[in-house]
Write a protein that binds this ligand. Structure first.
Ligand code: ATP
Length: 457
């Protein structure tokens, strides 16, 4: 776990331009966040990287972009209308409202995931769980609360015009199964991925951007022949874990947790979560990988009356494929990367520096170009313009060079490039590295290649 408190990290992210409070000038909207200059760039880099690694570089996979609003029958078929609820309890004393499974987990460390409301009531009683706000033990019975946001389509606000903001992107993929098969000529196994907003009216959002009501998901639905599913399930658990490790996340802060038999959804043959030791909890889910069998395609076939099946081109055998789903939230992945990257280092001169050791591939700014003195600004700007064609770079001439280095360390910029008087003669610049503060002379002509090589994933 990070040696820094979550409060310290969050405060740095707020002041440095990663995240702003949502609707701040109106006093905010609880648990809503806006991504600032650096946060927006980091998010985009994470999404681009996922798309490259999971869609473009995997010959099996293709990407789509489906609508947030879907025919409500979708949510009947998927089970979300009936079953997408968390159990909530109210404290009768202070009126605090809690998600029952999280209350149990956080109070006595027992897992209540997938338990029925009555079972949770029993656990709250038996363990004499107290309200985290007021310390009393006086709760209402647990009752289900549907997490889907409702809205209306068109001019009438009645039950016939009710639609839902999607709580996951996955269903937009299942309903397009036949379209993708028809237009891609894919053969099994193949995957369909997408990135998009999802909405959940969480009972207890919180821990900054960890649990929010509006977030983005990067989901892949990977279809394969029944019988080959467990092999592919393992492949995707390993692939997702390797992705996280390549991002430079410290291994001691990571674990893969297979779900126990009683935690598994009734249709799942296996589910594992990649978890991170966030500073606010022991372990928090970042990425869920599930073998969903043929449940989703079969449900949509039944509810839509359209066959969602696959015909093997060689054997002519017709069957419903099994599906492996790796699903990750952009904000959670981002929070993990930021918590893991944050560091405060003591310097030889007695000062300290904040440094974000983000993987250069996702760092919001790749390099900052600094003239050593202002009279070299025209030449330094030329270097900036040359690099801006290829990378997200910045130009900074304000303050001492040491201060400029510190500012860039604190937001995770991997390189500072200083143009000095010698540069006029040798056409080289000093490249200063964020992580070890080492410096080297690099010719201006080779800067593009130099940065490209060192910011690759
Ligand atoms: P949790 O148990 O934390 O509520 P979940 O098991 O319901 O999560 P999934 O439905 O498996 O989550 O969603 C897949 C991924 O989407 C999660 O691993 C997480 O990264 C992300 N995610 C889910 N809910 C939220 C949320 N409210 N805010 C931010 N990200 C979320």
């Amino acid at each position: 776990m990070s040696k820094y408190s979550f409060e310290e990290i969050v405060s740095h992210l707020k002041t440095s331009g990663y995240v702003y409070q949502g609707s701040e000038i109106y006093g905010g909207l609880s648990n809503s966040w806006d991504f600032g200059i650096l946060g927006a760039a980091l998010k985009k880099n994470i999404k681009d990287l996922w798309w490259k690694e999971f869609i473009e570089k995997k010959p099996y996979n293709v990407g789509i972009d489906s609508s947030i609003l879907m025919n409500p029958r979708t949510w009947e078929a998927s089970g979300h209308l009936k079953g997408f609820s968390d159990s909530m309890v109210d404290c009768k004393e202070c009126k605090g409202r809690f998600r029952a499974d999280k209350l149990i987990e956080e109070s006595c460390g027992l897992s209540a995931e997938g338990k029925m409301p009555e079972e949770m009531d029993k656990m709250i009683e038996e363990n004499h769980i107290k309200c985290p706000n007021c310390g009393k033990h006086n709760f209402t019975n647990a009752r289900p609360f549907n997490l889907m946001f409702k809205t209306f389509i068109g001019t009438l606000e009645d039950s016939k015009s009710t639609v839902y903001l999607r709580p996951e992107t996955a269903q937009g993929i299942f309903v397009n199964f036949n379209n993708v098969l028809r237009t891609s000529r894919k053969k099994l196994p193949f995957g369909i991925g997408q990135i998009g907003k999802s909405f959940r009216n969480e009972i207890t959002p919180g821990n900054f951007i960890f649990r929010v009501r509006e977030f983005e998901q990067m989901e892949l639905e990977f279809f394969c022949k029944p019988g080959e599913d467990l092999e592919w399930y393992k492949y995707w658990v390993d692939t997702c874990y390797a992705f996280v490790k390549r991002l430079g996340i410290k291994e001691e802060n990571l674990r893969v947790r297979p779900h126990s038999q009683e935690e598994l959804s009734f249709y799942s043959k296996g589910t594992s979560d990649i978890e991170y030791a966030f500073p606010f909890t022991d372990w928090g889910e970042v990425w869920g990988i599930a073998d969903r069998t043929d449940y989703d395609l079969k449900q949509h076939s039944e509810y839509s009356g359209q066959k969602l099946e696959y015909r093997d081109p060689i054997t002519n055998e017709v069957y419903t494929p099994y599906c492996i789903e790796p699903s990750v939230g952009v904000e959670r992945l981002m929070l993990m990367a930021l918590c893991d990257a944050y560091d405060v280092e003591a310097l030889e001169n007695g000062d300290s520096r904040i440094v974000m050791h983000l993987h250069p591939a996702i760092a919001p700014v790749k390099a900052c170009i600094c003239p050593l003195v202002k009279k070299l600004s025209a030449e330094a700007k030329e270097v900036y313009e040359q690099l801006a064609e290829h990378f997200a770079v910045e130009y900074d001439e304000a303050g001492s060079i040491g201060k400029r280095y510190r500012r860039n360390d604190a937001v995770g910029t991997p390189f500072c490039i200083t143009y000095d008087n010698d540069s006029l003669v040798d056409h080289c610049v000093t490249v200063r590295h964020r992580d070890d503060m080492s410096q080297e002379r690099v010719s201006i002509d080779s800067l593009r290649e130099y940065i490209e090589e060192r910011t690759r994933f």
